[in-house]
Design a protein around this ligand. Structure first.
Ligand code: ADP
Ligand code: ASP
Ligand code: MG
Length: 438
């Protein structure tokens, strides 16, 4: 069986769903189809939730009505017959009734997760109705019946495997399954999710659980490009990446992949393919265990980084000192991306500043603290990049005009990371592109 995941733009229009139908009915291999919400839906649901959280029910109602109208128009073009149009209307009635009911309920984090789950439920139910009308035999599976996360938010791969195989056993003659990306249940049994962009993660977890031959991520671009195409001109698709390279790129901001979506493939040993729904013949990117070449492959950037410097007049690097500092971050479940040390100071970066005041408060015991917000980590990735001849010289001569705040080299053999102020991000990425790829 193979997993085929289609993202927001790939399901965002009725004609795109027709394209997906063609793709999932090709070939003999059974398919597990994982869908995201229609593009824009999760953003709208976030706005609804935010309006409710701030007590603005009127605004929330406006967002709900606008979203409902969007779906009403969508189903007019999705199905032809009265019978299936009526079924699609019933689906909308069910989910929009829910959204209207929550207007009367007091806001909580659990309710927020319930709201966010509506997008994937709607997209998969509507796609299933479309497939029924097209006489394509398939089974719709509720991800909430098998996708679970533990108390620290990590997916429970073994349990997912057991639950999913019990479900699949009931449908031995079925060739197409359709299920939701992104949504799951948490340790309290409530509806939860795998964070923004999480459908990629669902796809690779499901691929791990069913022992899939491949996990195909179908999106709106012909694979992983060598730089962020939203920012940099003349980017090109990369045909081949190894798991380490892809994982670094996803972690350091290449939006095409959820940051955690590679580890299941690496651990359970299945290839990942990034493919383009708009151009299904394009080769895309194949991600597998071996790398095909060494040296610079791609550049990515991660925004909303906060840099913290702890400066001490005392013996900063006396043993045990770094441990004490790291323990502060551990206590507040805040992970550190980059670290540099000198005789008198330690600089490090975090991407989640929810507990920044508490962290600073505790760090002040060890010295004076400087905080720089609005930073960006620009990462240059490639297999064994740190061993590549002259690579640092090329990187720094390309960006000689950019003030660099921190550099990390050698932490992994496959990346070089540079911290710059957000205002210099675009220029840094373009200059690196010109210097490293032209
Ligand atoms: P989906 O809705 O299918 O999950 P996403 O919007 O999450 O799609 O990811 C695809 C988008 O990622 C592309 O349209 C592109 O703008 C963006 N992107 C950012 N960096 C890269 C990169 N290095 N290569 C390809 N796409 C990238
Ligand atoms: N719909 C979710 C989001 O927009 C999950 C996904 O698309 O991967 O973040
Ligand atoms: Mg995505």
């Amino acid at each position: 069986m193979k997993v085929m995941k289609f993202g927001g733009t790939s399901v965002g229009k009725p004609e795109r769903m027709a394209e997906i139908r063609k793709l999932i009915t090709k070939g003999d291999e059974p398919k597990m189809v994982v869908l995201s919400a229609l593009s824009g839906t999760t953003n709208s649901l976030t706005e609804i939730s935010h309006a409710l959280a701030t007590g603005d029910r009127e605004l929330a109602k406006q967002y709900i009505d606008a979203l409902e109208l969007h779906y009403q128009n969508f189903i007019v073009d999705l199905v032809k017959s009265e019978k299936w149009y009526q079924k699609a209307k019933d689906v909308l009635a069910e989910h929009f009734e829910f959204l209207n009911i929550i207007l009367k309920i007091s806001y909580s984090d659990a309710l927020n997760k319930d709201i966010l789950a509506q997008g994937e439920l709607l997209s998969t139910k509507l796609f299933s109705i479309y497939l029924h009308e097209q006489n394509i035999s398939h089974v719709w599976l509720a991800a909430l019946d098998f996708m679970t996360i533990d108390p620290s938010g990590e997916p429970q791969v073994e349990s997912i495997k057991i639950k999913l195989s019990q479900i699949l056993e009931k449908y031995q003659d079925t060739d197409i399954f359709v299920t939701q990306g992104y949504i799951c249940r948490n340790a309290r049994g409530e509806v939860d999710n795998l964070k923004r962009g999480g459908s990629d993660y669902t796809a690779s977890l499901v691929a791990a659980a069913i022992g899939a031959s491949v996990c195909e991520i179908w999106t709106d671009i012909d694979g992983m490009h060598n730089n962020d195409p939203r920012i940099v001109k003349n980017t090109k698709p990369i045909k081949h990446l190894c798991f380490d390279e892809a994982a670094e790129l996803a972690y350091f901001g290449a939006k095409i992949l959820h940051p955690a979506s590679i580890w299941p493939a690496q651990h359970f040993k299945f290839p990942v393919r990034l493919l383009n729904t708009m151009d299904p013949g394009a080769y895309g990117t194949l991600i597998e265990s071996e790398s095909d070449s060494e040296g610079v492959k791609a550049i990515a950037a991660k925004d909303f980084i906060t840099a913290i410097k702890i400066k001490s007049t005392r013996m900063l690097l006396a043993y045990g000192f770094l441990r004490k500092i790291f323990e502060v971050f551990e206590k507040y479940k805040t992970s550190i991306d980059m670290v540099t040390t000198s005789e008198v100071a330690v600089s490090l970066t975090i991407d989640n500043d929810s507990y920044l005041p508490e962290i600073i408060n505790e760090l002040e015991m060890y010295g004076s603290i400087d905080v720089d917000r609005e930073q960006t980590i620009v990462t240059i990735v490639g297999y064994h990049i740190t061993k590549t001849e002259n690579v640092l010289a090329k990187v720094f001569s390309s960006i000689s005009e950019i003030p660099v705040r921190m550099v990390s080299f050698g932490g992994s053999q496959h990346n070089i990371s540079i911290l710059v102020s957000h205002e210099h991000k675009e220029k840094t990425m373009q200059l690196l592109n010109d210097g490293l790829f032209s």
